[in-house]
Design a protein around this ligand. Structure first.
Ligand SMILES: Nc1ncnc2c1ncn2[C@@H]1O[C@H](COP(=O)(O)OP(=O)(O)O)[C@@H](O)[C@H]1O
Ligand SMILES: [Mg+2]
Length: 153
């Protein structure tokens, strides 16, 4: 990734508690300005809103197909105006070696927008210059999630 990724200002570099519609709105704005190649990791427990966010980013990026969770296939590919989009859900990945079977190196070489749920499973095979996003449940508010989106790590 040769360019600085643009992080829409709502999130800035801080943390906020967003409801689902605020999260979707941020995702759509992020998708509208995203320039490939770009890897976005989305961390968070089951039900945190990772797929909800991926769907919004894809909408903003111009994906017109329905975006569904790649729980069994682990990776789905979509067409969009600026590049292909790969959506990975690595929940079922046992170890990062298995990424080879998903053509991970080819995906990274494809100059695409790559959106990864459960990035922890990929270990050190996530490129260093990705955009890390995280979503966390709040104990006292079932409708909001603690949201963080960073720049280069
Ligand atoms: N603030 C919020 N952000 C995202 N999802 C929320 C929020 N509040 C409630 N939800 C609900 O939580 C669920 C998140 O599901 P999903 O996006 O599939 O999560 P994940 O992919 O992290 O398992 C959805 O049913 C969504 O409507
Ligand atoms: Mg999901």
């Amino acid at each position: 990734m040769s360019h600085e990724p643009i992080i829409p200002p709502l999130a800035g570099h801080g943390r906020l508690a967003l409801d689902a519609s605020e999260l979707r709105s941020w995702g759509e704005r992020f998708g509208r300005v995203a320039q490939p190649p770009l890897v976005v990791t989305i961390a968070g427990e089951l039900g945190a809103g990772k797929t909800t966010l991926v769907q919004a980013i894809c909408r903003g990026y111009g994906v017109t197909d329905e975006v569904t969770s790649p729980t069994f296939a682990l990776v789905h590919k979509y067409a969009a105006p600026r590049s292909p989009v790969f959506h990975l859900d690595l929940y079922r990945l046992v170890n990062s070696d298995e990424l080879t079977n998903l053509a991970w190196d080819e995906i990274l070489a494809d100059e695409a927008l790559v959106l990864v749920e459960w990035p922890e499973r990929a270990g050190d095979r996530i490129p260093r210059d990705h955009v890390p996003v995280s979503l966390q449940h709040l104990p006292n508010d079932p409708d909001r999630r603690l949201f963080y989106a960073g720049g280069h790590q």
